[in-house]
Design a protein around this ligand. Structure first.
Ligand SMILES: NC(=O)c1ccc[n+]([C@@H]2O[C@H](COP(=O)([O-])OP(=O)(O)OC[C@H]3O[C@@H](n4cnc5c(N)ncnc54)[C@H](OP(=O)(O)O)[C@@H]3O)[C@@H](O)[C@H]2O)c1
Length: 335
């Protein structure tokens, strides 16, 4: 009989591990097997809370455990490359948190190791697995707003600057562009269905550590659509996705954390406004765990290929460079 589920292990007891653990537990294709923390007591508590059967006081122990089949890597961004590569080389499949790496060079290394080792690797953009996102894509593709002209997206929240936070570490992986801007870039590339040919970026409010706190940018798509976005640690909660075409616009209130039970898109086209409900779409994190496990078990390609992660990082780097030079960065040569 063919195998029906995979043993998952989580690295680190952090904010997002607490959210993804129930998704692993609730998936029909994943077993909550092991948790590793730098502090064994933290791992023990996590294992009890979420029903994991093994807890370890160091990350190496997960790699040495032959029963572990999938490693979920939600470590700080500067540890994504190192621990993903170590896990792949230990023969594990890896779901790694966004952004996959700190820069394109790390991204390329991770992709090469995944291919050499014949193990699956995916960047964790859970919103892509929720039916709301598929509905938005379908509406845009079938011309519900006419010719695509503008995609506006923002993701912001007020970060507590009185406490240490991995997002503020002075490293290429720190800052708002990397942490939240990456979502806006991801969804704009997906909906435009192509890569931008040029970008313009601007950062504001640089923290003591030197990382950007608010980042705004423009993506110029060759098909004639402009993407406008902002990512921030300094605003009130600001989650937005708006797609504007030649004949109408589509508003998506919770684009990156769709509600598991009910959400509603708003389509305004040719003088009419229509609510499009998405009922019982499910938990995006569980859908992501289902997809990753099933793809590995059934030998099917992942719907977020590694080229997509490299494409996102290419745009992030170009935006970073534009913010530094104060000029537009071209991604394809003029011609
Ligand atoms: N997909 C999403 O919705 C989503 C949401 C939030 C964050 N994320 C991503 O998930 C990753 C982690 O974010 P988070 O908010 O969960 O961070 P966090 O709460 O700070 O957790 C990170 C964990 O990494 C471990 N760690 C290892 N070395 C560390 C070091 N030198 N400094 C700090 N922590 C260290 C710690 O676990 P131990 O002490 O147990 O070893 C820590 O709890 C980031 O890549 C972020 O972009 C994704």
């Amino acid at each position: 009989m063919s195998k029906k589920s995979l043993n998952w292990a989580v690295l680190g007891v952090g904010q997002i591990s607490e959210v993804v653990a129930p998704a692993i537990r609730d998936s029909g294709w994943a077993v909550p097997y092991a948790i590793a923390s730098r502090t064994l007591e933290k791992a023990d508590g996590f294992a009890r809370r979420h029903g994991f059967s093994r807890s370890y006081g160091c990350y190496e122990a997960v790699l040495e455990d032959p029963a572990v089949e999938v490693v979920y890597n939600p470590l700080p961004n500067w540890l994504h490359c190192e621990w993903t590569i170590r896990a792949l080389e230990a023969g594990k499949h890896v779901l790694c948190e966004k952004p996959l790496a700190e820069d394109m060079a790390e991204c390329r290394k991770m992709i090469a190791v995944s291919r050499q080792c014949g193990r699956a690797l995916m960047e964790a953009f859970a919103y892509r697995f929720h039916p709301q996102t598929a509905t938005v894509k379908e509406l845009v593709s079938r011309g519900s707003v006419g010719e695509l002209r503008l995609i506006r997206s923002s993701l912001g929240f007020p970060l507590d600057f009185t406490r240490p936070n991995v997002r503020l570490k002075p490293s290429p992986g720190g800052g708002a562009l990397m942490d939240v801007g990456c979502y806006c870039i991801h969804v704009m590339r997906y909906l435009a269905g192509e890569e931008p040919q040029a970008v313009l970026g601007r950062s504001q409010g640089v923290a003591e550590s030197g990382v950007d706190l608010t980042f705004g940018g423009i993506l110029v798509f060759p098909g004639g659509c402009l993407g406008l976005f902002s990512g921030s640690f300094q605003t009130a909660r600001d989650f937005q996705l708006e797609i504007v075409g030649s004949r109408g616009r589509l508003l998506v209130p919770m684009p990156f954390k769709p509600d598991p039970t009910h959400s509603a898109l708003r389509l305004e086209a040719e003088g009419e406004t229509r609510e499009i409900p998405i009922r019982n779409g499910g938990d995006a994190y569980r859908l992501q765990v289902d997809h990753f496990s099933r793809s590995v078990l059934e030998g099917r390609p992942l719907s977020l290929p590694l080229e997509d992660a490299l494409g996102n990082m290419t745009v992030i780097e170009a935006l970073r460079s534009s913010a530094q030079t104060g000029r537009e960065t071209r991604l394809v040569p003029d011609g």
